[in-house]
Design a binder for this molecule. Structure first.
Ligand SMILES: Cc1cc2nc3c(=O)[nH]c(=O)nc-3n(C[C@H](O)[C@H](O)[C@H](O)COP(=O)(O)O)c2cc1C
Length: 397
């Protein structure tokens, strides 16, 4: 079994999968369920000076049909409709949950005290302004807190330094700023600014937006915010998050905590290879439940074993090492090729080819049709290769 132990700013985590701030860590009870579900550490829901005025409704999946599938079956001669719930979403999630709805006093008097017996590291998420920090941080000093994460979601860029210095002047604790992808071109400069100001790690990224999703029949938005705007999370933001992690990790010398679109061990490994030291998971744990943390950690270990790695250090930043200098951009040449015995004749490649380079043809001795690739027309765009469910196609240059 690969070793999943990892350390950031002197804090030891038994595995690198933590909840990211959100409903799965909304109070002490939920946090303990995350610990039981196998999380390697805890990040709380973001605490601020005032309870958040959270609009209703405030959470929606972007494509319910893909989460809940109805199908008909016949049992004892009777037709019945069954509902199958998938635990993995692929279409993303929208929310306008802001920060914690619990008042600061409740966190201080009830929730944090009941986390005394937590067996994994505790990172408290706070927001937002330096003045908020002056009120919140002194109250946190009495607790056994391993680090403070602060959200930059609702502040103007440019006050990160001020926030880090304010927190550090009050409490001797590792500080992790969490960056939002509102201005994707500012992520690296914000990370560098934070490193210079004494941040101990960077968390990237928060949810993406604002975005809009409404019902075309009623013209009512799915979110209860003013215009129905909300923040997107889940699988669709993974490439944005992985790019952010890669760009930040190769530009700063402090650890990166990768968050965004992680549903599986492979997703977590992609973040880690892009430069993350540990990862945060929110949307997947909302959909699957809190055992998601332990499952993802197990999958990381299994996948590392399969790939022949024995620790997280061996894969951390591997993509930066191998691709950090960029690759030579190919403009010409290349053709898609078929591995015949892997093909099931599903025709997906033929349907998606934008160059009409693929035709399904009959071949002696094979029951299904096989794609025939026209070398004159194939533009080596790669789409057929990426969509093939059985990896029967590859590009040759
Ligand atoms: C319903 C919901 C509530 C969230 N609340 C917070 C929050 O209070 N503070 C924060 O920093 N991020 C919050 N986030 C953002 C997540 O921590 C995370 O950065 C983002 O959702 C991307 O990760 P994911 O794709 O695994 O969900 C929230 C996300 C969701 C979906």
């Amino acid at each position: 079994m690969a070793n999943l132990k990892v350390e950031i700013a002197g804090i030891e985590f038994k595995n690198p999968v933590l909840p990211a701030a959100g409903p799965p860590v909304r109070d002490a009870k939920a946090i303990k369920d995350c610990e039981e579900g196998g999380a390697g550490g805890i990040v709380t829901k973001t605490i601020s000076t005032k309870a958040a005025p959270v609009p209703r409704p405030n959470m929606a999946v972007l494509n319910r049909a893909r989460i809940v599938q109805m199908y008909n079956t016949v049992k004892n001669g009777k037709e019945q409709t069954l509902v199958k719930t998938a635990y993995r979403m692929d279409q993303g999630f929208i929310n306008t949950e802001l920060w914690t709805e619990l008042p600061l006093e409740q966190w201080i008097e009830k929730e944090l005290p009941s986390l005394n017996d937590l067996t994994v590291p505790l990172i408290v998420s706070v927001g937002y302004t330096p003045d908020d920090m002056k009120k919140i941080i002194p109250l946190l000093k009495e607790f056994d807190i391993d680090a403070i994460e602060f959200s930059t979601h609702y502040i103007e860029p440019g006050i990160i330094t001020d926030i880090i210095k304010t927190i550090k002047s009050i409490m001797d604790v590792p500080v992790f700023p969490k960056l939002s992808p509102h201005h994707t071109d500012l992520l690296v400069s914000q990370a560098k600014e934070a490193e210079k100001a004494g941040a101990d790690a960077i968390v990237a990224i928060n949810s993406f937006g604002p975005t809009l999703h409404f019902d075309i029949y009623t013209r009512k938005p799915y979110m209860g915010s003013e215009f129905g705007f909300g923040w997107m999370s889940g699988p669709p933001i993974k490439p944005l998050a992985v790019r952010a992690v890669f760009d930040i990790a190769r530009n700063v010398n402090i650890p990166v905590i990768g968050v965004g679109g992680i549903s599986t061990g492979k997703d977590a490994i992609e973040h880690i290879m892009a430069g993350a030291t540990i990862v945060g998971v929110c949307t997947q744990a909302i959909i699957e439940g809190k055992k998601a943390f332990g499952r993802i950690a197990r999958e990381i270990s299994e996948e590392l074993d399969k790939m022949g790695f024995s620790s997280l250090e061996e894969i951390r930043g591997l993509y930066i090492k191998e691709m950090g200098a960029g690759q030579k951009v190919r403009i010409e040449g290349g053709i898609a090729r078929l591995v015949e015995d892997k093909c099931t004749g599903c025709k997906l490649c033929e349907r998606v080819c934008q160059y009409e380079a693929i035709t399904m043809v009959k071949k002696e001795g094979i029951r299904h049709l096989l794609p025939e690739i026209n070398g004159e027309k194939c533009a080596a765009c790669g789409l057929c290769v990426s969509i093939c469910p059985t990896d029967a196609l590859y590009l040759e240059f």
